[in-house]
Design a protein around this ligand. Sequence first.
Ligand code: C2E
Ligand code: MG
Ligand code: MG
Ligand code: MG
Length: 289
Amino acid sequence: KAKSDGRNHLVVYTPELSVEHDEHLAFEVDLRDAMRAGQFQLVYQPIYNPRSGSVTLVEALLRWDHPQRGVVSPATFVPVAERTGLIKVLGTWAIETAVRAALAWPRNVGVSVNVSARQFESDHDLVAIVAAILRKTGLPPRRLTLEITESTLIEDAPHIIESLKKLRAMGVRIALDDFGTGYSSLSYLAKLPIDIIKIDKTFSHEIDSSVKVNALMTAITDLAHKLGLSIIVEGIETAAQLAVMRRFSLHGIQGFILAKPMSDEALLAIIKDRVASDRMSLVGDLTAP
Ligand code: C2E
Ligand code: MG
Ligand code: MG
Ligand code: MG
């Protein structure tokens, strides 16, 4: 692709680089404006206890309501926000907004917020930020879970692990997100300061077709129980996947078949109406084999 720089000569770019670069620049500028204009929102996806069918935890997920592009997925803008460092201010906003939303929920329902590696950088004291949010809102620390991906922990382990220990000492729970997509061995799990393992949707999607995935699920759930860790599976989309997953001893099930991410108002209605347990019994036999 050739592009005029506005004067009389042409500047030649390689196509992919140019498109990617322009996209990123546009996003960077937009992200800063979006923050000021209040275009970010959180949506909430309930996580169900497979035995009781009730909601035990709710994951908060960022959305960007862009005036021209419409709703932009975090898969698109979170990597840009991470690269520019804007994820620090955006991430703090997400934690505080999610914690404030949780104040309106029953006391046994927790809130889970994703955090990026950059939020643990030394110029940004995440432990102090979380402590301040909990103090000023009064949310009991046990009702807050922070989700961190496997790959994040491997990239910058020692420093992040120290912060995670401090957060856990405060009573905040830590979930290892997207488990199964990184490189960590099962024995590595024993060393991490975590409370919950969230099994990635790629596992869930193969569960009804793959003998190997079934064997892995058995191994992971056995080990998790021995280590005292809770297990949540994410990305359950079909009744077949739900039926297979319910053979394992799980603490939480999350997926489109049960509920998609929704507004805080819609979530409140779901928690109150106990739609959760109805939905659970609709899609499967409540008595596990
Ligand atoms: P994640 O933390 O693994 O979140 C789960 C993603 O799976 C969400 O995508 C959710 O909408 C989607 N999902 C839930 N159930 C199903 C299902 O049954 N099938 C399928 N195919 N997908 C399902 P979403 O909302 O687009 O978020 C993508 C990622 O963006 C998140 O993945 C997380 O890593 C990141 N993200 C979202 N919000 C934040 C945030 O506040 N801070 C940071 N740092 N990252 C965030
Ligand atoms: Mg997550
Ligand atoms: Mg994540
Ligand atoms: Mg995940």
